[in-house]
Design a protein. Structure first.
Length: 157
């Protein structure tokens, strides 16, 4: 299981998903929704873009994550959560989540260090650059870059 908001899905996410697929053979990309969070893309758009981005990765499927991650994993017989780490602060947060998830159901967490190429990339930075009119095409799949540009031009128009 690779959970996240994927708003938008980036090459960094895809790197972790690819590596998880190599390790486990099958991966569910779980696109979360949080009513308190303001997204660039709604849930359906994020799922659609994630599905398009992982279409060529064997064994990977995309689903909407609702409710507790541990319950979602149990319902799908997924015993492992894979999370990418960029910085020490990511580790601090993910370690807490790993401990609570394990104490709830025994769910194991695998922490993969980000590849050097994508180690500083985040969806938050991509959204910020895009909102300010910057070109994010180097950081996201082509379809995602196109959709971001469409949203930006729709907003301006």
């Amino acid at each position: 299981m690779c959970p996240g908001s994927f708003d938008p899905i980036t090459h960094g996410h895809l790197d972790v998903i690819n590596r998880a697929a190599t390790l486990f053979g099958e991966v569910i990309v779980a696109v979360g929704r949080n009513s308190a969070k303001k997204y660039l893309f709604d849930t359906d758009e994020r799922v659609e873009l994630a599905r398009a981005a992982v279409a060529d990765i064997p064994g990977v499927q995309v689903e909407v994550l609702s409710g507790l991650l541990v319950d979602f994993c149990r319902e799908r017989d997924a015993g492992y959560v894979v999370k990418g780490l960029r910085f020490a602060s990511d580790f601090d947060f993910e370690l807490q989540m790993a401990h609570i998830n394990h104490s709830l159901t025994g769910l194991e967490t695998v922490l993969l260090p980000a590849s050097a190429q994508w180690g500083t990339l985040s969806s938050t930075m991509v959204r910020e650059v895009a909102t300010l009119g910057g070109d994010v095409s180097a950081f996201v799949p082509a379809l995602v870059a196109e959709r971001i540009e469409n949203k930006r031009t729709d907003h301006e128009g």
